[in-house]
Design a protein around this ligand. Sequence first.
Ligand code: PHE
Ligand code: NA
Length: 455
Amino acid sequence: MQQTNSKKGGTTRWSNRFAYILAATGAAVGLGNIWKFPYITGENGGGAFVLVYLICILLIGIPVMMAEVAIGKYGRRTPGKSTSEVAKASGKPAFWGFVGWMGVISGYLILSFYVVITGWGLAYIFKAGAGDFGNGDPAAVQALFKGLTSNGWALLGWTSLVVLGTVLVIGKGVKAGLERAVSTLMPILFLLLLVLAGYAASEGDFAAALHFMFDPDFSKLTINGVVVALGHSFFTLSLASGIMIMYGAYLPEGVSIAKSSLWIAFFDTLVALIAGMAIYPIVFAHHLAPGAGPGLIFQTLPIAFGQMPGGRLVGVLFFIMLVFAAFTSALALIESSVAWLVEKRGFSRWGAAITAGLGIWLLSLGTIASVAELPIAQFAGTDFFSALDYLTANILLPIGGLAIAVFTGWVANKSLIADMIDAPAVFKSWYPVIKFLAPVAILLVFLQLVGIINL
Ligand code: PHE
Ligand code: NA
């Protein structure tokens, strides 16, 4: 990540194509891949859900990512500003900047539960180190997780540490140090996941896992599953949250928007699928429930860590990597709010970081109360955390993506966008997708969800 530079007219650039892909992959790969993808796959019946998710990434996610990067590349400013610059240059009113703004708000809401789950990861570094996974007895591992989540004060402590860490790094401005740390840690995380998947393949029920993940059974797919798959394709690629517009603003000249977007989506998808292949063999070998919900990885991987030789060290390393992957996404999630407070409200960088952090901390109390099952956070049939998770990922992000597609295809000047994409052959096939296919597909999913149509 880089400091925003909109006041100077945006001269900051990633040093090269590789640096950009790395940074964007760092923002994309996070809890969404390792924590969320496996548990929503479990809740939505496996293979058919995975297939719909892959189709959403390919047909909607990647095209929307290209649109966001193109907008940022033209505007060279913060998301709202870049979007209104494109609108003005296209002879349209500047209020179209709201398309960029919506993302900033969604990102902020997402962050308020993201810090709580990152806190679980932080706690698990210490549990792994202390040998709390024992010999990996499933019931003991489950009890350990329950012990953490039912302790509101512990949750508050770990979450506060995560928020504090985010404020400290973002307040200083993000320096090359973090970027360098991420570029070393991400490959290690990837390797560790491969090791775990290898372990799960040899010790767990790998065949059952492959069958569950890749053998689609469409009778298990509901309209809600399709909505979750669509929403997650946005969540996991960090779309409709201002981030890809922001990163596009730093894009060096001559970098192919199409090719780089394909690489980012490829890495992100690969990490998610390997996470699934590390977790599901354990789930099936121990007769655990695939639909266990948000606690799934915390109740499965520790079984492997407890049973494998050297598992204590591998466990510590794994949760450190998980926290790092989550932390880089958390920084990306808070950056646009902080930049906005500085730009529009005249805050100092530190003042903005502390203000945004305090807001996140307060909002996170809702999720903490939900996880700890305090009555105050439970409503009819659901709880604050589940509702917030559903609202942001499955409603706000797809609507934000729809807004970006409509803006790019129908509001922005066609040749301006073509100039940004800068590859006539790619543009020719991409443009109809962003103008018709993506908006229509998102709309159809929503009309089906609310029951206006019935496909
Ligand atoms: N893409 C991140 C993940 O998969 C989450 C995220 C969403 C980050 C939106 C930034 C913006 O964990
Ligand atoms: Na992701």
